[in-house]
Design a protein around this ligand. Structure first.
Ligand SMILES: Cc1cc2nc3c(=O)[nH]c(=O)nc-3n(C[C@H](O)[C@H](O)[C@H](O)COP(=O)(O)O)c2cc1C
Length: 185
């Protein structure tokens, strides 16, 4: 089983660290799992121009194919102007509408104000659902104060919430994969 994490920040390290922590917790729960972090600052994903994927650069094609070949995913976004980041929305615009069919899509969010802790609930969750993703009931919002100067998470409660998220993601994904086998048979 492969879990792919996406970090939707081109600026700092907090979102990538949050996604990394989810992947780390997942490996702790199941040592057989494969994980990969797609940090969007490492890729030159082009703006969507309404053309088929083959018309875009290698990085864009690589990132989209990594996402499509994942069994399940965790999406990390910083809050920008009370919404998700533009690079993340642009990446979603590259995907087919059933990109996340039968895949769990967990959410981790970083932000500078607690007032925006529900932004991903109202803005990211509908996008993931539209792309047919199964969104866990729990998600993790991490205020900047819970990172140290090296962008490491320093709050035990946040780390516990990440573990809970991972447990739910495994539970849901294993159920979905069992159901898929049942349907195929
Ligand atoms: C352009 C911009 C807009 C932002 N807007 C918000 C916002 O509306 N609400 C919020 O809570 N944080 C906002 N922030 C703060 C970031 O969400 C926060 O610092 C986040 O942890 C950055 O993650 P990163 O280190 O992965 O880049 C904004 C940051 C930037 C650069």
């Amino acid at each position: 089983m492969k879990l792919v994490g996406i970090s939707g920040s081109l600026v700092g390290q907090k979102t990538a660290e949050a996604v990394h922590s989810v992947l780390f917790a997942a490996r702790g729960l199941d040592s057989a799992i494969q994980t990969e972090l797609i940090d969007l600052k490492d890729y030159d994903v082009e703006f969507v121009r309404g053309k088929p994927l083959a018309f875009y650069n290698e990085d864009t094609i690589e990132v989209v194919n990594k996402i499509l070949s994942a069994d399940f995913l965790v999406i990390g976004t910083p809050i920008y102007q009370a919404s998700i980041s533009g690079v993340l929305k642009n990446l979603f615009d590259h995907l087919p509408v059933d990109a996340f069919k039968s895949k769990v899509t967990g959410i981790v969010t970083t932000g500078g104000t607690e007032k925006h802790f529900l932004v991903t609930e109202y803005q990211l969750k509908p996008i993931l659902s539209y792309l047919k993703g199964v969104v866990p009931s729990s998600n993790v919002f991490i205020h900047n104060d819970f990172f140290n100067e090296n962008s490491e998470i320093i709050d035990d409660d946040i780390l516990k919430r990440i573990e809970k998220l991972v447990e739910e993601m495994f539970f849901l994904q294993k159920g979905l994969m069992g159901k898929r086998t049942y349907i195929e048979n």
